[in-house]
Design a protein around this ligand. Structure first.
Ligand code: PMP
Length: 361
């Protein structure tokens, strides 16, 4: 099987062993003579997969099902921008948002439909080149919202903010299972699967049960976390195939040593690229102001001489590398190096950057 170095920001690279097992499951799931695409979502083939995916999800995050509920829903992380305030915010109430990038801004915009969305801090004025520090949250706010990794801008929260008792919520779409955080600090977090966890089509929501109890009650059932959690994400037909692949990825994470082991590996991978960029500061310009805010997942940079961009991309393509063009709104370059991205690919890109810098610089 031919595999190139796919630096796509998402949907993104998956472990080869997962792709192989998923292709077997597409033809015949567990020797049943049926494809995973053909079985009922309320039958004995899928039941254990659905239950296992939820249990494995909590287990790799170090959380207990006594304290946390899991929902596996369609609609992408973008639907969660709406569902979170719909479930927890009402007119006259405040939610705190930290505006660290385009995705944070979209989440914030949705919250404004339901109540007062207070911008605790924003790095928009400096093109989202940093994570704001020294934040002060609103006493009594319904929740605080952060984006743990800013996929487009290449910044990431190294630690978690102290919210002074306000329940912390997060969009973890681009760093779930890749950074070892204390997940018990969160009231709720969500993540689309298509970067570190599986194919597009399923979004994971993990909610602390006592926080969930405070959710608004009178909601359309499909949009109510309480209903979805009570029905174990089987209120309607769930995204069966994405959940099946998510479960394979979760088993792969466990076999690799868990989130702590992947976190260590990811730090090593990111350092290889940042070192190569930092070695040629006149040639490569990092887009993130403070090194402490650099993303381990999405490494972003520009060329001092932007006229060389096409040439660098063409050289990368010759070396079997794809997906390095920066997001259309910010330009430059972006190397997305999620959990399944191999260290050899990172080394190959670092070599290319060093050689190209020497030749052209
Ligand atoms: N949040 C972040 C941090 C993202 O990177 C993305 C893009 N995948 C989204 C939200 C939107 O996700 P979706 O396309 O699943 O709605």
């Amino acid at each position: 099987m031919r595999r190139i170095f796919n630096f796509s920001a998402g949907p993104a690279i998956l472990p080869v062993s997962v792709l192989e097992e998923a292709s077997r499951g597409v033809l015949d799931i567990n020797g049943t003579g049926m494809s995973i695409l053909e079985v009922s979502h309320r039958g004995k083939v899928y039941d254990p997969i659905h239950a296992e995916a939820q249990a494995n999800l909590l287990s790799v995050l170090g959380l207990s099902s006594d304290d946390y509920a899991v929902c596996l829903l369609g609609g992408g992380a973008s639907l969660q921008f709406t569902m979170l305030p719909m479930n927890f915010l009402q007119t006259g109430q405040t939610a705190d948002y930290v505006d660290t990038g385009e995705w944070s801004a979209k989440a914030l915009k949705e919250a404004k439909r339901f109540g007062t969305a207070n911008v605790v801090a924003s790095s928009k004025a400096t093109n989202y080149d940093r994570i704001p520090k020294d934040l002060s949250f609103t006493p009594g706010a319904r929740y605080a919202h952060v984006t743990t990794n800013n996929t487009i801008e290449g910044t990431q929260w190294a630690g978690l903010p102290d919210t002074n008792g306000v329940p912390l919520t997060a969009d973890m779409s681009s760093d779930i299972f890749a950074v070892n955080r204390d997940f018990s600090k969160f009231g709720l977090f969500y993540a689309g699967a298509q970067k570190n966890a599986g194919p597009a089509g399923v979004t994971m929501i993990v909610a602390r049960r006592d926080f969930l109890e405070t959710a608004n009650k009178d909601l359309p059932p499909m949009l109510s976390y309480a209903v979805q959690a009570e029905k174990e994400s089987l209120f309607n037909t769930p995204p069966v195939f994405p959940i099946y692949v998510l479960n394979l990825v979760l088993k792969w994470i466990q076999a690799e040593g868990g989130v702590a082991a992947l976190d260590a590996r990811n730090r090593g991978k990111a350092a290889v690229l940042y070192d190569a960029l930092d070695a040629a500061p006149d040639f490569y310009q990092p887009t993130v102001a403070d090194k402490a805010d650099r993303s381990l997942m999405n490494v972003t940079w520009r060329l001092a001489d932007e006229s060389l961009e096409a040439e660098l991309l063409a050289e990368a393509k010759k070396r079997d590398m794809d997906g390095l063009k920066g997001h259309r709104n910010v330009g430059g370059f972006r190397a997305s190096i999620y959990n399944a991205f191999p260290v050899e690919g990172v080394q190959a890109l670092a070599e290319l950057l060093t050689e190209f810098g020497h030749k052209k610089g």
